[in-house]
Ligand binder design. Sequence first.
Ligand code: 5AD
Ligand code: SF4
Length: 437
Amino acid sequence: MNFSDTEIVLGVMSRYGYNETTDLRDSDVILLNTCSIRDNAERKIYSRLDELKFEKRRNPNLIIGILGCMAERLRKDLLEEKKMVDIIVGPDEYRKVPELIDNLAETGEKGIAVKLSRVETYDDITPLRRDGVSAWLSVMRGCDKFCTFCVVPFTRGRERSRSLAGVVNEAVQLAEQGVKDIWLLGQNVNSYNHDGKDFADLLHTVASELPQVRIRYTTSHPYDLSMKLLETMASHDNICKYIHLPLQSGSDRILKLMNRLYTVKQYMEVMKTARSMMPDIGLSTDIISCFPGETEDDHKMTLDAIREVRYDGAYTFLYSPRENTKAFSMDWSFSEEVRKRRLDEIISLQREISFDINKSLIGKLKTILVESRSKKSDDQFIGRTDCNKSVIIPGSFVSDSSRHKVSAGDIVDAEIRKANSATLFGDIRSVRDSITN
Ligand code: 5AD
Ligand code: SF4
């Protein structure tokens, strides 16, 4: 969401004639787009601000802005304690960034805009994207779920959706620009609702309009991942068979304390149905370890749930207390030893499962959309399978005794030759014209 928001801000700024620079010393304005989801995300911004102090000393006219969730949560602290911050803009006020900069230049007044909106979706703003094969497309904003650990409903406000036509138009434009892979984004995409159209309707329309583009989405909430959505996924070849479905905990007692609105059994039913409809589906999740009151038994239930689903991957976090949330006042005391051990156990179990699943793909042929040159080696490329696995492939291959060079945007069939828990390595067998058969 933050990457996507940054592209929206770049879109707003470019309308006013601002250009992005890659050289820090060349910039007149530096905007940090921030996240408040966990304490370490906020600490990163504070240390980045410390680094920027030197830049500000070197160039006193430099304007420094804080955007996003931290602006919402910590505006007072940022204004009073971090004197170098000139503008503070929350997630629903990005349109104001250029005006606030102008005003600062004219009057010397610091700018602050942190109102949350019930309607802002930036539907008419064209995000400024870097050229690429993949693009994010934000379809809804905010969240009404109020999980007791989560700061998002406070920093990003209430749920609201863009118009279906607005999303489809932007998707079509992206395809015309050569984008081959679109991620529909929302804090909670299942809650998409515009003029009676739900997320399954939106997904169906985008996928039907653009049959040659891969369509993915994130993130879903298990409580309202509908049968209609699964059927829509199963019935379109270009909708990627991949679901990221945060479980958070394998204990019903903890799920209740988290206000997650489902039981482990209900969650497993959704996963089972998804797998029965789409056998090769890729599944991933988010897990929070050491939520207030989590016992050793609760932790073991989380490990059991991970074993039961056998996820392709998981993002695992230690619980981070967030002010204003309900869980903030719950008793929370774990020794460093327990925190480290529980997190390690989850991570190593998941790594083992990911490795097993990836190893089982050796020898199989997978269709890969090539995304970019590999960061590690110039003569290799990295691409993704439809179920969201990263695959490293060579930069060229020989067929019919001629050598073909790979480039970003190619669609190739590759035989998986090697695997570790995070990445597959493949040999290209053929180049395809189309993502679907
Ligand atoms: N502490 C730790 N992890 C959190 N998440 C959200 N809030 C917190 C918190 N306070 C995690 C959840 C969510 C993901 C985006 O971040 O797992 O799904
Ligand atoms: Fe946060 Fe829960 Fe909303 Fe996800 S569903 S953004 S975890 S409140």
